[in-house]
Design a protein around this ligand. Structure first.
Ligand SMILES: [Zn+2]
Length: 261
């Protein structure tokens, strides 16, 4: 083993630059309790891999972060600073699908199912970017003001909306997810002390940023209920400020700085 390492290092100095090894890892744990379809969905559509590639291309890390797909007790996704692990639970994949599918419709045709798959994939990509923001904030001790959960939502917007039509469709799916959660929320049960903004506020934020990013293209998002005309007037500015903020936060940690790759 030692010899092999020595030979490799001596023969391929250009292939072994000073840059860190890949620090965005991926792992899949075996699904339990009938979550095989969700595990297969993530793998087949390369959901983790695509987000990992996009983040690794943009930002360096001081040490490793692993995205892990796994079975959990609850339907959730989270970043654990103790382990540097982003978890996306198979149960969360199933819950997202149920939510976006709405009422069970046996007459669904293949096109609708393909569209649903696309929206579920989009919501999961957004989740990974959101958790990726927590990881970046933790690893680089990024400075920010306001609520970290809102800052992480803004990072997901910053990533997806700037990817063009597909990213914007995916982001719109998440705006719908929060709208659907909000419609289910009992106003009496809303926890205003929660570290996350209430679902209705997140639904409004997501619509606002998308509307602000593409003036004229998403008029339908200003429905007067979730996103009001009043709020929408400032959305273009909110989107600009959001981008300025994340541009600034990432600048010292951009991949490719100082000749590294
Ligand atoms: Zn979060």
């Amino acid at each position: 083993m030692l010899a092999a390492v020595g030979v490799s290092a001596a023969c391929t100095p250009a292939a072994l630059p000073a840059a860190e090894p890949a620090k965005w890892g991926i792992s899949y744990e075996a699904p339990k309790r009938g979550s095989g379809a969700e595990a297969e969905f993530l793998r087949e559509r390369h959901v983790l891999e695509e987000v990992r590639s996009s983040l690794a291309e943009q930002v360096r890390l001081p040490d490793g972060v692993t995205m892990t797909a796994r079975s959990c007790k609850d339907a959730e996704a989270e970043y654990d600073p103790e382990t540097g692990r982003i978890s996306v639970c198979y149960e969360f994949v199933a819950e997202t699908r149920d939510l976006l599918r709405g009422e069970d419709r046996p007459d669904r045709d293949a096109d609708l199912d393909a569209e649903l798959d696309e929206r579920v994939e989009g919501a999961l990509r957004e989740t990974l970017y959101h958790e990726g923001a927590h990881a970046l904030i933790d690893k680089w001790e990024l400075p920010f003001v306001g609520r970290e959960e809102d800052v992480a939502d803004q990072f997901a917007a910053y990533q997806l909306i700037r990817q063009g039509a597909r990213g914007q469709r995916h982001f719109a799916a998440v705006a719908d997810v929060y709208g659907l959660y909000a419609a289910d929320d009992d106003p009496e049960d809303i926890d205003f002390a929660d570290e996350h903004s209430p679902d209705a506020a997140r639904a409004a934020n997501y619509r606002c940023w998308l509307y602000g990013a593409r003036p004229g293209a998403y008029e339908r998002l200003v429905d007067g209920t979730i996103l009001t005309p009043d709020r929408s007037e400032g959305c273009e500015e909110e989107w600009e400020a959001l981008q300025r903020g994340w541009d600034h936060l990432l600048k010292p940690h951009r991949e490719g700085r100082n000749g590294t790759s």
